[in-house]
Ligand binder design. Structure first.
Ligand code: IFG
Length: 483
């Protein structure tokens, strides 16, 4: 029987037989995040020592960096056979992805935060694998409701087993500004004090943000911070009214969008953004900054174009690649390498400007709302979530092709946004993430054609893994019960 791996690997050859890891099992691995992660996972769940082998004797589990360059940055070879477990890659990041596959080959109890007895069986198997897309992302909106460092780390823990490699943090919106800016203390002193429905708000200090970045980096996730402009800016304007043409901009606790815009024709707006993107760049080791650009419904197309022409260079000058929501396609002079995030439902026509920008070299991050907006209800009776894009079933998040939406475009990858207007706690996040997130992971990693029956079978085998990991509020989708 083929193991229930998600995402599906490029090539897998099941063997006959299984290996049991016990107290005699030894481990060798090159120092780095992959080995550190594997040791921590094995120790935490099995309590076994996994010492180094005697000199000259082969290890039970061996990670090596002698994989062929053709594996690329994230590819790997994994073998479980009578002689033991071999993970080979060309980089430590590739070994880290291999570790996630090894993890899924072990029994669900490997996900437990406390040791259990095992047996720690591994089916004989040979895997050759690598990702379809370079950008495999999830987004957490910490603006509508704030989620602290511990909650963000928990969010990271949930996406790592599914080989995601981008964490997009939506750090500012009408309802809150969530990252301390040394040059503008009121953005958090005042702008972070509330949320949708009212307080409490919250914010990340710069040390908090560094802690998140480090935790993500140890798991080969690149943090992509977003400061959304020129719309979605009420909290910033209430903190610094010089940014606004409103008389006395107030903090906002509702869920409307499109009513706010920065003062487009004031130099002070761009001086502010220059400082903000300067601080943000210094805090962000990753190569991307997201400037938002969505739903600027109070801004004329001319003003939007003017705004973008002044803001885009502020990011480029810091050597960062610009990411923006798809509306930015209409901006003149998009910088090379710009990543435009497609988010409107697939039922809508693709704007000509987006097709043109793609033809001119913009890369697309595919986040169609009716496929991967995981804040959308599963069904009419889902208590949490919105449904402006319609309900999004488990099958809908899985059964779609990122290449089919903008012909001729270069797709950088796929990203699942989790907006939090209606979500307050990590349990709420888990309910919306699972069971749809693994399907998004499969679309982002596996080039194999979608096979719903196979995916549903795999998902049914993953519920025990979620439960062992403490993910207990996942949606009991009808697809998860044997039909
Ligand atoms: N659209 C808004 C988000 C959020 C979302 C909720 C984008 C790019 C609806 N913009 O999605 O701020 O409100 O589903």
């Amino acid at each position: 029987m083929e193991p229930n791996l998600i995402p599906v690997p490029r090539a897998l050859l099941p063997g006959t037989g299984e290996l049991v890891l016990d107290g005699r099992a030894t481990l060798t691995a090159p120092d780095g995040p992959a080995a550190a992660f594997l040791r921590a996972l094995l120790t935490r769940a099995t309590g076994l020592p996994f010492p180094a082998p005697e000199p000259g004797t082969p290890a039970t589990v061996a990670l090596t960096l002698d994989g062929p360059p053709s594996l690329g940055r994230e590819g790997y070879l994994l073998d479980v056979a009578e002689g033991g477990v071999r993970l080979r890659a060309h980089t430590d990041e590739g070994l880290f992805r291999a570790v996630q596959t090894l993890r899924q080959l072990l029994p669900p109890q490997i996900e437990s935060p406390t040791p259990s007895a095992g047996p720690w069986t591994l089916p004989y198997v040979a895997v050759e694998d690598g990702p379809r897309y370079a950008w495999r992302g999830v987004m957490l909106d910490v603006a509508r409701h704030f989620f602290d460092v511990a909650a963000v780390k928990g969010f990271i823990d949930r996406v790592v087993p599914y080989k995601f490699n981008v964490l997009h943090l939506h750090l500012s919106d009408d309802q809150g500004w969530r990252l301390e800016m040394a040059g503008y203390p009121r953005l958090t002193e005042h702008g972070s004090t509330t949320a949708v429905g009212g307080p409490p708000g919250g914010f990340f200090t710069q040390d908090d943000f560094k802690e998140i970045v480090a935790y993500a980096a140890e798991r080969y996730l690149t943090v992509v911070p977003e400061i959304d402009v020129p719309g979605h800016t009420q909290a910033a304007m209430s903190s610094y009214p010089f940014l606004s043409t409103q008389e006395a901009p107030e903090l906002y606790e509702g869920v409307e969008v499109g009513f706010s815009e920065l003062a487009i024709h004031r130099d002070s707006t761009y001086a502010f953004l220059d400082d903000v993107f300067g601080e943000l760049s210094a805090l962000t080791p990753g190569g991307f900054l997201h400037i938002g650009g969505d739903e600027a419904l109070s801004t004329t197309p001319e003003d939007y174009a003017h705004f973008m022409s002044r803001v885009l260079p502020l990011v480029g000058e810091r050597g960062k690649t610009v990411v923006a929501w798809q509306e930015a396609a209409s901006a003149p002079g998009l910088p090379p390498g710009v990543h435009l995030q497609y988010w409107r439902p697939t039922s809508e026509d693709v704007p000509d400007a987006l097709t043109a920008a793609a033809r001119a070299g913009a890369k697309l991050v595919m986040s169609p709302a009716d496929r991967v907006y995981l804040d959308q209800k599963y069904a009419e009776d889902t208590e949490l979530g919105l449904k402006w894009a319609g309900t999004v079933s488990v099958r809908q998040s899985y059964e779609w092709d990122p290449e089919a939406l903008v012909p001729g475009a270069e797709v950088a990858g796929v990203e699942a946004p989790l907006w939090t207007e209606t979500l307050h706690t990590p349990d709420d996040l888990d309910h919306m993430l699972f069971p749809r997130l693994p399907g998004v992971a499969d679309v982002a990693w596996s080039a194999a054609p979608r096979d719903w029956d196979s995916h549903a079978r795999r998902l049914r085998a993953h519920t025990a893994r979620w439960e062992a990991a403490g993910i207990t509020t996942y949606y009991r989708a009808p697809e998860l019960t044997e039909d």
